[in-house]
Design a protein around this ligand. Structure first.
Ligand code: ADP
Ligand code: MG
Length: 334
């Protein structure tokens, strides 16, 4: 069942509708839109859902789908053979290479070997908190020998991807959701959607304006209290807001939080911030940057953000301090 919840209320000319679904990217997708009728909105949402589902299957690293060669297929064939894949995978991986270069390796989709170790410990530790364990430094270091992104070969002529190192694997978790959100938004815009706010697990992307002509306003979730008041409300115009935070996926050992964003240098969860929020036109870029900036000290991340056009960031520190890039506050609406 696609439409879990459909509400409509009059607001200006068009009506405001809302829906959500839970079956994609292991997260909640929420859509708010203005349309002439419920029928029109339902059609738009179905189109977005179906397009997003294509990306969900292609970018999956855990599951196989009949007749689909996806990122998992590439991983399964590491060291064995190049895999012929959809252009959407080639494009994602080329974007991931750019993100790697731009971030000086702080976001590295070839870190699968290291990330899998953390993933397995986190899953086990979440299931049975009493028996939660940390990976050993030795096993993390051994895995990190197999994270060289230059061992990922993209053959654009034949549309194949080959991981030369048999022990390496791709984990596109830092980028894929935002990248897919961007692609699906562009697809929706091309197909007549004019007023929508799409949130794929907090990767927010706006299309057009609200039905009453105002800009979309999106809250930055409070990283200190998930039920608390948003720390800022930001206006979005054809742009995206993405947050990476320690509270999204984590487990605890002796009360200490071990979250899911891993510093490629220490091979442990990065501990500079509790969250980093990126505001920029492209949701794929925002997702890549949110992970990259999370993994570097404030000054270094700020320098990167200030270099990029139309890109702003908010850093939330463990002691409650919030810092902003030069123009973030220009977008804060309340
Ligand atoms: P989320 O998608 O949960 O909102 P992120 O965009 O920050 O958060 O992505 C986190 C995910 O990215 C992790 O679950 C993991 O799969 C992957 N990841 C963690 N650290 C890195 C890293 N340094 N480089 C690339 N991918 C990473
Ligand atoms: Mg990210």
């Amino acid at each position: 069942m696609l439409l879990i919840n459909l509400t409509a209320c009059k607001d200006g000319e068009k009506k405001r509708y809302e829906t959500e679904f839970l079956n994609l990217f292991d997260t909640v997708t929420r859509i708010v839109g203005y349309a002439d009728s419920e029928e029109e909105f339902t059609k738009q949402v179905q189109m977005i859902h179906d397009d997003l589902e294509v990306y969900h299957q292609l970018y999956d690293i855990y599951n196989d789908y009949p007749g689909v060669s996806n990122i998992k297929t590439i991983n399964d064939q590491a060291g064995l053979a190049p895999v012929k894949v959809d252009q959407k995978i080639i494009d994602l991986l080329k974007f991931s290479q750019e993100a790697y270069n731009m971030s000086d390796g702080k976001v590295n989709v070839a870190m699968g070997a290291v990330l899998k170790i953390w993933h397995d410990h986190r899953e086990a530790g979440t299931e049975d908190p009493e028996k939660a364990t940390l990976p050993s430094v030795e096993e993390l270091q051994a895995a990190s020998e197999h994270t060289d992104i230059n061992q990922m070969f993209i053959d654009e002529k034949n549309n194949t991807v080959f991981l030369k190192d048999p022990k390496m694997s791709l984990d596109v978790g830092a980028i894929a959701k935002g990248y897919a959100t961007e692609m699906v938004s562009k697809f929706a815009e091309k197909n007549g959607v004019t007023s929508m706010l799409l949130s794929v697990g907090g990767n927010v992307r706006s299309i057009g304006k609200r039905g009453d002509g105002a800009e979309w306003k999106v809250g930055v979730q409070n990283p200190y209290d998930q039920n608390g008041k948003n720390i800022s409300k930001v206006s979005l115009t054809e742009s995206s807001l993405v947050t990476s935070g320690i509270y999204e996926r984590y487990y605890r050992i002796d009360g200490k939080i071990y979250h899911h964003i891993i510093d490629p240098v220490t091979l442990f969860p990065a501990s500079y911030f509790v969250s980093v929020t990126i505001l920029c036109p492209d949701s794929g870029m925002a997702d890549a940057l949110s992970t990259a900036v999370f993994n570097v000290p404030f000054e270094e991340g700020k320098a990167l953000i200030e270099r990029l056009p139309d890109t702003e960031a908010l850093w939330a520190f463990a002691d409650g301090t919030i810092k902003y890039s030069s123009h973030f506050k220009d977008y804060v609406s309340e």
